[in-house]
Design a protein around this ligand. Structure first.
Ligand code: NAI
Ligand code: MG
Length: 351
């Protein structure tokens, strides 16, 4: 089969890590006899430099003409003095909205050979940790009415309608069906009206998924439970802002920001990116960990292209390299072998 892939390296370490994912995609092409037509597009700071806007029209067009999108990261000190709509990060928020990417999937996995990288005690991690956070991405307080009143009062409105909650709840239950069939819906329904709607709709949707065990948790408790008993979770379903915070917390439990992929999915399109930023402090030095971006490509094969075997092949290759004790600097310890970005990529490609 033939597929179109849009690749947006963005800024900082973006170019290096995305190049790693492209090499892996080309290996899959060769091994499984597919054809991937890869097109590059600008987003973020580089787009500001080249086109005067963080999200050029031609980038949107190219994304809309693709079967899968890979993104590196955006932003950096060079653009830090810019405001609001002119900032690199706006490119990212706007492409999510533009493509209707209302579901954000963020797995947080503690890989067996990296167990001691977690800041949590081994007995809390137990047999290992494998959580998937399903976060609503295009609604809620980040997209609500906002402003500053005459008296200086600043406000941001948090609202959800039934349809918005329903479609993300369906994604949550579908995700749970493919995993451990357990879903924790996180809200703040003891205080917020929008959360009461959230909980009511989630319960309604749950009737279509009788096999999935559903429980509800207030967000403050969920933040605590992630630290004291994280292995109780399989899928966590939550709204935009709570998901932003909890997914960062969950990713840090794994101890390695350079390892974790993410998927942002809508009805038609899928965008895949590492959870970390552009890491300007290490850009251009061949030390960035490319694994998060490579695993994002694996998610693309699974979720946007219907190629689960190809996705799993990538995950297996990453596990093999980790089991062989190969490490980039961020996950390196005394007893492992330190390699640079490019060598890590070559070893994953080889495996
Ligand atoms: P960051 O995630 O870029 O870096 C945090 C720390 O983790 C740094 O010490 C960095 O060197 C390290 N790190 C990140 N990715 C790594 C990798 N693959 N391998 C090894 N080490 C890695 O977050 P920071 O420093 O807060 O932000 C830097 C820039 O990135 C800012 O402009 C920020 O706005 C932007 N950003 C962009 C995101 C995106 O494009 N999705 C997400 C988060 C931040
Ligand atoms: Mg965040």
């Amino acid at each position: 089969m033939e597929y179109r892939v849009t690749v947006m390296p963005g800024d900082g370490i973006g170019r290096e890590i995305v190049e790693g994912a492209v090499k892996v995609i080309k290996k899959i092409e060769e091994k499984y006899n597919h054809k991937f037509n890869i097109n590059y597009a600008d987003i973020g700071g580089i787009a500001i430099d080249n086109h005067g806007t963080p999200l050029p029209e031609e980038t949107i067009e190219m994304c809309k003409n693709s079967d899968g999108i890979i993104l590196g990261a955006v932003g950096g000190p060079k653009w830090d003095s810019l405001k609001g709509e002119d900032r690199p990060e706006r490119g990212l928020l706007n492409i999510r909205k533009e493509l209707g990417l209302y579901t954000n999937l963020r797995p947080a996995i503690v890989y067996e050979p990296l167990k001691n990288a977690s800041p949590l005690k081994p007995e809390i991690i137990g047999e290992g940790l494998d959580i998937c956070i399903v976060r609503e991405l295009t609604g809620g307080i980040y997209f609500g009415e906002k402003g500053v009143k005459e008296d200086g009062t600043a406000y941001d409105v948090l609202s959800y309608n039934e349809e918005e909650v329903k479609r993300i709840a369906v994604k949550g239950f579908e995700t749970a069906m493919k995993r451990g069939k357990k879903l924790t819906s996180v809200d703040k329904s003891n205080v917020l009206e929008s959360s009461r709607l959230w909980r009511r709709v989630v319960i309604e949707v749950s009737k279509d998924y009788p096999e999935v065990e559903l429980n509800h948790m207030y967000v403050d408790n969920a933040a605590m439970q992630l630290l004291i008993n994280p292995t109780q979770f399989d899928v966590i379903l939550t709204m935009n802002m709570f998901g932003d915070i909890l997914s960062d917390e969950a990713s840090m439990i794994t101890g390695s920001i350079g390892m974790l992929p993410s998927a942002s999915i809508g009805e038609k399109y899928g965008l895949y990116e590492p959870i970390h930023g552009s890491a300007p402090d290490i850009a251009g030095q061949d030390i960035a960990n490319p694994i998060a971006t490579i695993l994002s490509a694996a998610m693309m094969f699974k979720h946007s292209m219907g190629l689960p075997e190809e996705g799993t092949a990538i995950e297996k290759a990453v596990e093999k390299v980790l089991n062989d004790g190969i490490r980039t600097r961020d996950i390196h310890t005394d007893s492992t072998k330190l390699v640079g970005t490019e060598e890590m990529v070559s070893l994953i490609v080889k495996n």
